[in-house]
Write a protein that binds this ligand. Structure first.
Ligand code: C2G
Length: 127
């Protein structure tokens, strides 16, 4: 079984997130999503509209997602890859290069971001 992992806040879930998760799942058989806790979001200088428990609940309802775990630190990725026996790490290409250190542990793939949508744009459009 080929296991894939990806990380993110996934706030105000939108079709750009879904396109990422769909493509990530298509790379293997099992997709783990490490969703940022509210405390970790503070480290990313992000404040999500939905709380961690609600963002976790929403992600668990997506057909492409098999498991949701918390993302609490920047440093947990290597351990996550090892403990979850992950074969492929996937992120949108706004992160290109940032996680190449994981290449010693698994395949690293950066997928093109979906243009025309973002959580920030949703907030701006509604404000
Ligand atoms: N994404 C995308 N297209 C968009 C918006 C987001 O492909 N229009 C992707 C991002 O590239 C990322 C994932 O969806 O791979 C989640 O996006 P965010 O919730 O914004 O994640 P981010 O805050 O970048 O957190 O340790 C990594 C961080 O937790 C990533």
């Amino acid at each position: 079984m080929k296991k894939v992992i990806t990380y993110g806040t996934f706030d105000l879930l939108h079709w750009g997130h879904i396109e990422l998760l769909k493509r990530a799942k298509a790379l293997g058989d099992y997709l783990i999503v490490a969703v940022s806790t509210d405390e970790f979001n503070a480290l990313k200088h992000k404040e999500a509209y939905h709380s961690y428990p609600h963002r976790k609940l929403i992600l668990e309802a997506i057909r492409y997602v098999d498991e949701v775990i918390p993302e609490k630190t920047w440093e947990q990725k290597i351990n996550d890859v090892k403990t979850h026996d992950v074969d492929i790490f996937v992120m949108g290409d706004d992160w290109r290069g940032e996680f190449d250190f994981l290449k010693d542990y698994c395949e690293v793939i950066y997928l093109p971001r979906t243009t025309g949508i973002s959580t920030t744009q949703i907030k701006d459009d509604l404000s």
